[in-house]
Design a protein around this ligand. Structure first.
Ligand SMILES: [Zn+2]
Ligand SMILES: [Zn+2]
Length: 277
């Protein structure tokens, strides 16, 4: 059977650490035979620059570009307008606004930072003092899922990029995330970009930082939907060996990934909301 090709985790040059314009991705996706493509560049926050993301004043242009491409290529491919963004509870109104006023089709939770015990934003890339901090990360992700703003969680097992052996806390963090995904119907993303990162010597052996098998073995036992995210930061990565490897690994684990993130008919809604840069 021919694979249905889709991707809902796509970065463009606006985040300043990815290459390729929206249209170049659309053309590549069409030539690869994609049926749907979702854009999820790193979202800005209105009042704070957390780095590694598009400037806030480019958000309108990003949206305008995607709206124009949706119409231009409507007979070739279904396009979705999304953003990858961290869940921070103080931005509830902003997530709401992105979905209702700006009319983004979806938000993908990429929890690169989370709330630590003091309520400050802690970076999941560390350095972390112990695996106990994974529980705080997991609680942040769970709170985000319960907020209802996110269709999916990108790389939920990203905490395993830290150099700790899999222990009870790692397992508990996985349980919190997977149970909440099941309860809220949030999709979990198996992230192909982890396979693009180099192999490293971790306690427990040489491996990629993520995806982490034990996490997904637990997910395989739960009633959760899983999707492969390319998390491409350049055009050739849109569908590459890492994506193929991701589908293969999931199937070995007994998980059949879904290929559509958004149900329903594509609405062609256009909005001009804020002035651009
Ligand atoms: Zn990125
Ligand atoms: Zn990403």
């Amino acid at each position: 059977m021919k694979d249905i090709k889709t991707n809902f985790h796509t970065h463009v040059q606006r985040c300043r650490h990815a290459g390729g314009t929206e249209e170049e991705y659309v053309q590549a996706a069409i030539s690869l035979g994609f049926t749907q493509l979702g854009f999820s560049d790193h979202a800005p926050f209105p009042d704070k620059d957390f780095g590694m993301r598009m400037p806030f004043c480019e958000l309108q242009e990003y949206l305008d570009t995607l709206n124009a491409l949706t119409v231009k290529y409507q007979t070739d491919i279904i396009l979705w307008k999304g953003l990858e963004i961290e869940y921070l509870p103080e931005y509830q109104n902003y997530y709401e606004e992105l979905l209702t006023t700006w009319k983004f089709d979806y938000l993908l939770m990429g929890e690169h930072f989370y709330k630590d015990a003091q309520g400050a934003n802690a970076n999941i890339y560390g350095p972390l003092s112990s695996t106990e901090q994974f529980l705080l990360y997991a609680h942040s992700v769970a709170e985000g899922m319960k907020s209802g703003f996110f269709k999916a969680v990108a790389h939920p097992d990203i905490y395993m990029l830290n150099h700790f052996a899999w222990d009870k806390n790692c397992e508990k963090a996985a349980d919190i995330i997977i149970d909440t995904a099941a309860a809220t119907g949030t999709v979990l993303e198996y992230n192909a970009n982890g396979f693009r990162r180099k192999l490293e010597n971790f306690p427990g052996g040489i491996r990629h930082p993520y995806p982490y098998d034990a996490f997904w073995q637990t997910a395989a036992q739960a009633p959760v939907r899983v999707i492969v995210g390319s998390d491409c930061h350049n055009i050739p990565s849109l569908w590459d060996d890492s994506v193929e490897q991701s589908y293969g690994h999931l199937r070995e684990l007994g998980i059949e990934p879904i290929t559509e993130l958004i149900q329903g008919v594509k609405q062609y809604e256009h909005t001009r909301y804020r002035k651009t840069c």
